[in-house]
Write a protein that binds this ligand. Sequence first.
Ligand SMILES: Cc1ncc(COP(=O)(O)O)c(C=O)c1O
Length: 405
Amino acid sequence: MSLSLIAKNIGESATLKLNEIAAILRAKGDPVIHLGGGEPKGKAPLDAVLAATSAVASGEVRYTPPDGTPELKKAIIRYTEEFYGFRPAPENVMASGGAKQAIMTALHALIDPQGEVVFPVPYWVSYPDMVKIVGGIPVPAEPEDGSFIPRIQDIEQMVGSYTKLVIINSPNNPSGAVYPEDFIADVVDFCERRGLWLLMDDIYHRLVFDGRKPINPYSYAKDRSENSKLILVNGVSKQYAMTGFRIGWAVGNRRLIEAMTNIQGHETSGPSVLLQHAAVGAINGLQSPVEGLRATLENNRNVLVAELEAFEGVIIDKPGGTFYSFPDFSTYGRDSVALSKFILDKVQVLTVPGKEFGMEGHLRLSFCGSVKEITEGIERIKWALDPNSPNELYIGERKLVRDWT
Ligand SMILES: Cc1ncc(COP(=O)(O)O)c(C=O)c1O
């Protein structure tokens, strides 16, 4: 079939595919545990639900300005001021169909064919393909010490004359690492000095643990003028458990936001008015659901880390935020795709292979489900991998017999 070169070069999202596999197995009645998920399980905040419901009941469901309704932009401006101490003008804000679309539109607006985009390893699974969609070249920057925390030298080394943009995602998917303030300060400074665009993917910024405060890149920016090349991306998906509402946004300089809005206008005409109402409800409503979610995740993180610390051969770096951990399973095999498949086949636990995030030997295990799913999921993985496991494992009524070494 004569598909475009880009289409031939783009793979399916590994994480979305796992959701599909989990749904198929569950529909078959299989006792699958999904530790590969990327969304909180709780319900959306009531304020969001009520706002969307009354919007739909009004029957006035039409196009909005392609960069978002004035109400949503106002809510985003207030949010940005509250969390970043920076008050953008409405012209500095574009709402979009999830943070994903905000990032995609920014790439469309900035990257020419062969333009390079640098981001640290491990990286969010979608960055390389998103960059390829716009004809650019993804340039993963591996921390020299093999850790999850990049140093500015790791980024500097990968920046060349074709580099246009650096993407930083902290708290990080998949590692859960919260990058140190010093690194954020250094990267903001480096990009300003080198005239590079810097996109901060802050989608998990309020989901941090152990008393951490969200890190604010604006506090290190010398240039807050309309020449600033700092782009902030955020959204309601993760912090408000509203993944299916598909609302995110970008804050950036006017010329960039205008270009992004032109592109978005042609591509989608902007996000749905109903979902924009819901997002306003969430952002302006009671914030206790965010704290409730954060506290639940911190507790889940503690359970998961305790389980993994007791798992011989597995090395776990305690996540400082998000709802992901990225333990090193290389004792049990460096080929993370094979390992993930083995675990799924033998004990029906879904995990995401580290390869998808640029780091072999690791598996991404989410802790956004229940404590029971976490403990049982890890117990099953342990049974499958540890050669000293007992011969049998019961999953409900089902008896599994260990016939491998
Ligand atoms: C790092 C990162 N950025 C962006 C997104 C996309 O968020 P949204 O659902 O708002 O499109 C995700 C979702 O998994 C993510 O992990």
